[in-house]
Design a binder for this molecule. Structure first.
Ligand code: GAR
Length: 207
């Protein structure tokens, strides 16, 4: 049975689209059974609807406490028998109880090479701005499991991207995003095929 995945996204969802395209191309063997977004105007909702994926609008601000938010999310995830949570440009912190229950079953993509240029407040375009301001010559993409610290869980995959002297945050973001699209599915497919084992902080690939 294909792995049952829920995708969480806050924005345009081009990473989500790249995963849908890989599934359609027959490269990615998972079922996208649910989409959850915190921002009802996000284009990612439309991508889900076009693919007949049930959508749920759920934001932390809808709830009086983290416990209530967590209970609601867990209820939805259980109802849809979700096995893997895929964060695709999701800008909200997940409740810690959910992260505990889905330990090593939540993946995130970050547009930089962690542990550099990550952490609270360093997401999306902020990452590329920080890379350029620092004068780094190399940046890239990190796919990692999610734990209760920002951008901190075990690393599944990293890819590098050269920073050119002519880059600004926008041009750099464009090249990094292409690499994100080309690589996120590979990490998810490896998980779906049971080829990944977590040993402490190290994620080991079994052939
Ligand atoms: C992507 O670059 C993703 O890596 C980043 O947000 C962008 C979403 O783009 N995520 C983070 O910064 C999370 N820390 P998309 O909506 O077009 O996929």
């Amino acid at each position: 049975m294909p792995l049952r995945c829920a995708v969480f996204a806050s924005g345009g969802g081009t990473n989500f689209q790249a995963l849908l395209d890989r599934k359609r191309a027959g490269d990615l063997h998972v079922d996208f059974v649910l989409f959850i977004g915190n921002n009802s105007g996000a284009a990612a909702f439309e991508r889900a609807r076009k693919n007949d994926i049930p959508v749920i609008h759920c934001a932390p601000s809808h709830f009086a406490s983290e416990e209530a938010y967590s209970e609601k999310l867990l209820g939805i995830l259980h109802e849809h028998r979700v096995e893997l949570i895929v964060l695709a440009g999701y800008m909200k912190k997940l409740p810690s109880e959910l992260v505990r229950e889905y330990r090593h079953r939540i993946v995130n993509i970050h547009p930089g090479l962690l542990p550099a240029f990550g952490g609270k407040g360093i997401y999306g375009s902020h990452v590329h701005e920080a890379v350029i301001a620092y004068g780094a010559k190399v940046t890239g993409v990190t796919v990692h499991f999610v734990d209760n610290e920002y951008d901190h869980g075990p690393v599944i995959l990293q890819r590098t991207v050269e920073v050119l002297d002519t880059d600004d945050p926008h041009t750099l973001a464009g090249r990094v995003l292409k690499v994100e699209h080309a690589s996120y599915w590979q990490a998810i497919e490896a998980i779906a095929q049971g080829k990944i084992k977590v040993e402490g902080r190290r994620v080991v690939r079994m052939e």
